[in-house]
Design a protein around this ligand. Structure first.
Ligand code: SF4
Length: 320
């Protein structure tokens, strides 16, 4: 799957909100790509654009989303309906966006199977059961008969993930699905999802504000700021040799045992309003390295020998 120069804008009474403003990246088969950034960076809107789920006043204004050779931007709603849930699926932050509170788990999962496959009730039930086993839900036969409120938050999210897996999609877009969970449950879910990608060849886009989540999960990271990707590359390159001042700021603001006793670093200022972006590099009002050159717009480029790309006039390069 490849996203090429995607622009998704919202046409509000106050003006045009450029939530996604020229985003390009790709995800290979079996690969996990982490889309990282603060609230308002455009990461979730990128995910919703891929799924064809951007509601008015928003719309994709230009760019391409190539999925198995087909441009999803040009696909109509009917075509997207046939792809969603079958070939591409989404996991939301709140599992209750997926689950109906008044229906038993078996009813809703079997309905999801039958929406895209002409199978008997018995085989639909078996597929639902298999999906629950795959995400590590114990006693799946009993759990199928339960209602969502009878599950803990972590178990509900597992059911939502199992529902996304029912048709063994080629691509899953996961929008902060473990943010509301405690760290042990989060760790288990991340481990299981990564294992599923390796075993089935499923591609995964994991959207998060938390660098520590993608550190152990993603093969590659795209760091987003103000609607654009500011740094991208293999996870170890981006985290160990970050070049963009924003990525560096994000990494330094994560508490670490190595900096015990030192004040926690923070990025000064706020994310800019997407209605009224600063001229040139959008990060310049918060950037410690900014000068007048940064009033022009930097392009994304790969400095020689770094192996990954950055959108900055003065990238931090390792010496020697
Ligand atoms: Fe900072 Fe300038 Fe780089 Fe933008 S282009 S991140 S303002 S140094």
């Amino acid at each position: 799957m490849a996203v090429e120069d995607l622009k998704t804008h919202f046409f509000t009474k106050l003006g045009v909100v450029k939530a996604v403003n020229g985003v390009s990246f790709s995800v290979d088969k079996g690969e996990v790509v982490g889309l990282v950034g603060e609230s308002g960076s455009g990461k979730s809107v990128t995910g919703f654009s891929i799924m064809g789920l951007v509601d008015p006043p928003g719309r994709v204004v230009s760019g391409r989303i190539l999925f198995k050779g087909e441009d999803l931007v040009q696909a109509g709603e009917r075509r997207m309906r046939s792809l969603r849930g079958r070939r591409i699926a989404m996991i939301f932050q709140d599992p209750m966006m997926t689950l109906n509170p008044v229906l038993r788990i078996d009813t809703q999962m079997m309905e999801a199977v039958k929406a895209h496959a002409d199978v008997s009730t018995q085989s639909a039930r078996e597929r639902a059961r298999e999906a629950l086993v795959r995400v590590g839900i114990p006693s799946p036969d009993e759990r199928l008969k339960a209602y969502p409120h009878q599950f803990s938050g972590g178990m509900r999210q597992r059911v939502a993930i199992a529902t996304a897996l029912l048709h063994k999609p080629d691509l899953i877009v996961a929008d902060e699905p473990t943010t509301a969970l405690d760290v042990t449950i989060q760790g288990q879910i991340l481990y299981e999802v990564q294992k599923l990608c390796r075993e089935t060849g499923m591609s995964l886009i994991w959207i998060t504000h938390d660098l520590s989540v993608v550190a152990g999960l993603a093969d590659r990271i795209c760091v987003m700021y103000a609607g654009v990707i500011v740094e991208t590359g293999a996870t170890s390159d981006v985290l160990d040799r970050s070049m963009h001042p924003y990525t560096k700021g994000l990494i330094e603001s994560v508490p670490s045992r190595n900096r015990r006793g030192q004040p926690l670093a923070q990025i000064p200022g706020m994310t800019p309003s997407l209605l009224n972006l600063p001229p040139g590099c959008s990060f310049h009002p918060r950037c410690p390295r900014a000068d007048e050159v940064c009033l022009a717009e930097p392009a994304i480029a790969e400095p020689a020998g770094t192996g990954h790309s950055v959108r900055c006039f003065y990238p931090h390069l390792e010496q020697g």
